[in-house]
Write a protein that binds this ligand. Structure first.
Ligand code: 2RA
Length: 512
């Protein structure tokens, strides 16, 4: 995979690099981006020294995924560039979290939502991730009606400045010097501050409202009520949360403990979890599970988790891993060489369009080159303008061609007329002399978690003339095409329309 990280020099960006190393992710290329101040410096990744680049036009081209650890403003600036390059953007900022077509994902809770992305996926707020990781197993036992939470947030949640402020203030107090306050609203050393984010009209802060707004989206509970108080504490790293959760039904402590113990990413801790215990690791520790004395369907929990890891960097990397495992990847090869790969949105129409757009871009580039070199052996395409082709305009010889050629051209508008003529007139010669040169291999690598989707995929690809084989946990559907993107679209879409094999997939992913 080709991966980029924007904001690579910050605490979260650096942690993302460590996560890639630790998780042994198959990284073909890693591009690191930061501000002009850091450009040119090097960061080590495994045994390599990677030079930090500035974000410039075209810098994301060829990447499969971009992980974002930048401000809302920069994220808004970079998103269109990343999406245009065809990479999936996994963003840590809060800029797009509540947008309808941007999934907000904690893979252990709602990983499937990630598959509905349109190019961008958002990583939730750190306290929200840690709290919901602790409560999601209970939510699976009985629908959650409300959460009442208090957070105890480490100073590193505010970045390097937060850590420096705590250190400087402790030092000043030890030296009997004046304490300076820059980053937090009051002195944080030997103090706690119930004021994180900006104050809203309802008396809550933006940070506090995230727990309700983002919680509703992640848990798919639009009516969920959350009351939250966010408190900054003089702890370097790892956020802690005390939460009371009220469910529709009574859940016993034993049932809740069993569910938490079995939940991937959680540790049911028999003692009392602390920030120090949970620093620099990816699991959320949950303990002190008690009955709520004010509500018989309520439970109280205490949890801690590293907010730079699970609350940010690791969660983003886990989203990427989820996509790598479950999303379709279309690979195009020309003469045995990979020419382009692009992720689709788990829809076969999207596969076809991805294949077509990749081929269109590729052939356009090639035909320009062929014109320059007067070498048209390999590519037989006419110019494509925004997918809208007027044969007469782009090919003045259209009128001179036979009706048969015109008919084929109307079905496959991207094909060069001479090429069509050649196919029609000299089919045998075409097969023998062009087969090697003009074949494009399209391979769809798809991993399916759901057997029915796998069956549907094999069926549809089989009907479309693909050979399907199973390799490990994925299906590889391969078909060789002469360079005809029109054929790819029509083959796949026609068959898809003629069969209801994909109906379940379309409905599941709400694809029209
Ligand atoms: C904080 N939630 O702890 C923020 C970090 N994203 O201040």
């Amino acid at each position: 995979m080709r991966i980029g990280i924007v904001g690579a020099t910050g605490a979260v960006g650096r942690q993302m690099i460590t996560c890639l190393e630790e998780r042994k992710i198959d990284v073909e290329e890693l591009r690191l981006f930061a501000s002009s101040r850091s450009a040119g410096k090097k960061i080590s990744y495994l045994n390599q020294e990677i030079t930090i680049q500035e974000v410039v036009e075209g810098c994301f081209d060829g990447l499969d995924y971009v992980l974002g650890a930048v401000s809302n403003a920069l994220s808004k600036e970079y998103r269109p560039m990343i999406e245009k390059a065809g990479a999936v953007y996994i963003d840590n900022s809060s800029a797009f979290r509540m947008e309808e077509d941007v999934p907000l994902v904690v893979p252990q809770i709602n990983g499937e939502d990630a598959l509905r992305h349109h190019g961008t996926i958002a990583n939730p707020n750190c306290s929200t991730i840690i709290t919901l990781m602790a409560l999601a197993p209970i939510c699976r036992l009985s629908k959650i009606k409300s959460i009442n939470a208090c957070t105890y947030q480490a100073v590193s949640g505010a970045g390097m400045h937060g850590i420096e402020e705590l250190e400087n203030q402790c030092e000043a107090i030890r030296n009997h010097e004046e304490v300076e306050v820059h980053t937090f609203p009051s002195q944080i050393a030997y103090n706690v501050i119930a004021d994180i984010g900006s104050m809203l009209e309802n008396g809550y802060t933006t940070e506090e409202m995230k727990m309700q707004n983002e919680g509703r989206k992640i848990l798919h509970l639009p009516e969920l009520k959350v009351t939250c108080t966010c408190v900054r504490v003089p702890v370097y790293r790892s956020h802690s949360i005390s939460a009371t959760v009220v469910c529709e039904n009574h859940i016993s402590i034993a049932e809740a403990e069993k569910a938490i113990d079995a939940f991937e990413g959680d540790v049911l801790y028999k003692g009392v979890p602390t920030p120090l215990l949970t620093t620099d690791q990816d699991l959320v520790y949950v303990g002190r599970i008690r009955e709520d004395l004010t509500n018989e369907n309520g439970l109280v929990i205490w949890c801690c988790g590293d907010q730079i890891r699970k609350g940010a960097a690791s969660n983003a990397v886990e989203i990427m891993e989820y996509l790598m495992k479950h999303e379709c990847v279309t690979i195009l090869e020309y003469k045995g060489e990979k020419i382009m790969s692009r992720k689709s949105i788990l829809a076969f129409s999207a596969i076809a369009l991805a294949a077509a757009s990749a081929l269109a871009a590729y052939t356009l580039k090639k035909s320009k080159k062929a014109q320059e070199n007067e070498d048209d052996d390999e590519i037989h395409f006419i110019k494509i303008e925004d997918g809208d082709v007027d044969e007469k305009k782009v090919n003045p010889s259209f009128e001179e061609k036979s009706d048969e050629v015109k008919e084929v051209a109307s079905v496959y508008p991207y094909l060069d007329l001479d090429f069509i003529e050649k196919i029609l007139n000299k089919n045998d010669e075409f097969n023998s002399s062009y087969e090697e040169d003009s074949l494009v291999t399209v391979m769809h690598h798809v991993r399916f978690a759901i057997a029915e989707e796998r069956k549907a995929f094999e069926e549809i690809m089989g009907l479309s003339g693909y050979e399907t084989t199973t390799q490990d946990d994925k299906v590889v559907a391969t078909r060789k095409f002469f360079t005809q993107p029109g054929a790819i679209i029509s083959d796949i879409l026609n068959v898809a329309n003629q069969t209801n094999a994909l109906q379940g997939v379309y409905e599941k992913y709400d694809i029209r």
